[in-house]
Design a protein around this ligand. Structure first.
Ligand code: COS
Length: 381
């Protein structure tokens, strides 16, 4: 249900503008990007011209200054076209979220001066041995004089290979565990920053996911975000804030799966009737609609809470988990509706299923989200 009763006229206009962009610049090319496994930098530049890469960045820094809900609307439209592209562009705002939490105006300016003209940002938290265990961080940052020297390797970093600026999490005091982690703004141009292996992924293949290596990278002390020891908190709060926008991408993906099914089911005739007239198919699509719409409402609710200054990890985790889990069901059902054609790469739905899977894994697996949710249940009075 793409009915948007409660949106403002500005939000509806923006939504339409992005929908047209997606129809013209993304949908016709998504299968090619998927095949090649390459980020389409030319399309990114077109999105940059529209400011879609800096949706939430305040206008005073050159961004669009949109709120979380409006960002979610844009991300849903992008996800409708290609989840990999949507996630790459959205990762700019994931990195920005860390800046909002802990960055100074001077640091924000450094970030904006790189990203606004068309740079890409990345959020470099995950390490090979860490994954869900985010505090298991081996990257170190040692302060010498007025500089930090960063050493370590980050893994599975979205935009890792083509980012121009990274938010890097490193241990400034490894003895202190989660309280020994700090966050840094690191420009790609610094000596010692290099890109490691590129992941050859099952889905979201238009997004670049790579290792990033930091070898004796010197950054000025004023590139520390917030204070030493607050890195883990910054990381967790950033993910709380970014999960609704990420989940919007998969809501868009589910909507696409449903629209493909509706169109196909009206054309495909079996036993003398279009398959849309068979309840086995129409009820499947009704269930897809119910799940997609409930996910959308949950995601919008979590964004609206943030727009009202309420940052609730549990709400964010519920939205992320529900959207990611139903996406697997919705996209598998879409393949079933299209039958053999759904399983074929000549039709777009098998890609949607491959793209959907990551939403149960990244930004904290859905098992980790259940830790967050169940911990909130135990704490509730
Ligand atoms: N907001 C604020 N504080 C938070 C927080 C949040 N969302 N999550 C944790 N904290 C605080 C805790 O309150 C705790 O502080 P105190 O010791 O003062 O009570 C501290 O951080 C450590 O928390 P905890 O003991 O729960 O840490 P764990 O190492 O057990 O890990 C999980 C907690 C599993 C929730 C965390 O590691 C996580 O979210 N992992 C997933 C990482 C992830 O999303 N990776 C994707 C990377 S980017 S795509």
């Amino acid at each position: 249900m793409r009915k948007q009763y409660l949106l403002t006229d500005d939000q509806k206009d923006l939504q339409l503008m992005v929908r047209e962009f997606v129809a013209k610049e993304i949908i016709p090319y998504a299968a090619i990007w998927d095949e090649k496994g390459e980020f389409p930098i030319g399309t990114y530049r077109k999105a940059v011209e529209m400011g879609l890469h800096v949706t939430e960045l305040p206008e005073k820094f050159g961004g669009m200054g949109l709120n979380h809900l409006t960002d979610c609307l844009i991300m849903e439209e992008m996800g409708y076209g290609d989840a990999g592209f949507a996630l790459s562009i959205g990762t700019n705002m994931l990195a920005y979220a860390a800046m909002v939490i802990a960055g100074s105006d001077e640091q924000m300016k450094i970030f904006a001066d790189i990203v606004v003209p068309g740079g890409l940002a990345a959020f470099a938290l995950t390490e090979a041995q860490g994954g869900s265990d985010a505090s298991n961080c081996k990257t170190t940052a040692v302060k010498i004089g007025n500089e930090y020297i960063i050493n370590g390797t980050k893994a599975f970093i979205t935009n890792g290979g083509n980012a121009d600026v990274y938010i890097v999490f490193a241990m400034t005091d490894p003895e202190m565990g989660v309280r020994g982690m700090s966050a840094f703004l690191v420009e790609r141009s610094r000596v010692g920053v290099s890109v490691g292996a590129h992941e050859n992924k099952m889905g979201i293949r238009a997004s670049n996911t790579s290792e990033v290596v930091f070898q004796d990278v010197r950054v000025p002390a004023d590139h520390l975000l917030g204070a030493e020891g607050f890195g883990f908190l910054i990381a967790m709060q950033t993910l709380d804030r970014s999960r609704p926008a990420g989940s919007s991408v998969v809501v868009g993906l589910c909507q696409r799966a449903l629209d493909e099914c509706v169109a196909y089911s009206k054309e495909r005739v079996v036993f003398g009737r279009p398959i849309s007239k068979h309840q086995a198919v129409s009820f499947t699509m009704a269930d897809m609609e119910i799940q997609t719409e409930v996910a959308r409402r949950m995601v919008h609710y979590s964004a609206q809470l943030m727009d009202n200054g309420i940052f609730d990890s549990e709400v964010s985790a519920v939205a992320k988990t529900f959207a990611g889990d139903i996406a697997m069901k919705v996209t598998c059902d879409a393949i079933q509706v299209l039958g053999g054609y759904g399983y074929s790469r000549d039709y777009p739905v098998e890609k949607l299923m491959r793209d959907a899977k990551i939403f149960q894994i990244f930004e904290g697996t859905n098992q980790i989200q259940r830790i967050v949710i169940s911990s909130a249940l135990m704490k509730a009075k």
